[in-house]
Design a protein. Structure first.
Length: 77
C-alpha cells in the first residue's frame, strides 16, 4: 500500500517538473522530493553492502532512490 503512495508522489513530482505552477502545495512537493532524494542517497550509502549482495548496483540504486527504506527492508541481510 505504501508503495502505491510513493509512486503517486514521484509521478506528481515528474508532472510538476514539466509544468511550472507557482503554488505552495506544489512547491512543498518539489522540496520534499529533493529532500527525499538526498535521504535515499544516504540510505543507499549506508546499506550498500546489503543492496550489493542481493541485486546489481544500478538496479539497487534505482530502487533505493525511488522507494528508499521500503525497498531495503525487503532485502536479505
Amino acid at each position: 500500500m505504501i508503495k502505491f503512495f510513493i509512486i503517486l508522489f514521484w509521478l506528481l513530482y515528474v508532472f510538476l517538473a514539466f509544468i511550472d505552477l507557482n503554488n505552495l502545495f506544489f512547491t512543498l512537493v518539489e522540496y520534499s522530493a529533493i529532500f527525499a532524494l538526498c535521504i535515499h542517497f544516504v540510505e543507499y550509502l549506508f546499506f550498500f553492502k546489503r543492496i550489493s549482495k542481493n541485486v546489481n548496483y544500478f538496479f539497487g540504486f534505482l530502487m533505493t532512490m525511488v522507494f528508499g527504506f521500503e525497498y531495503i527492508r525487503g532485502l536479505r541481510k
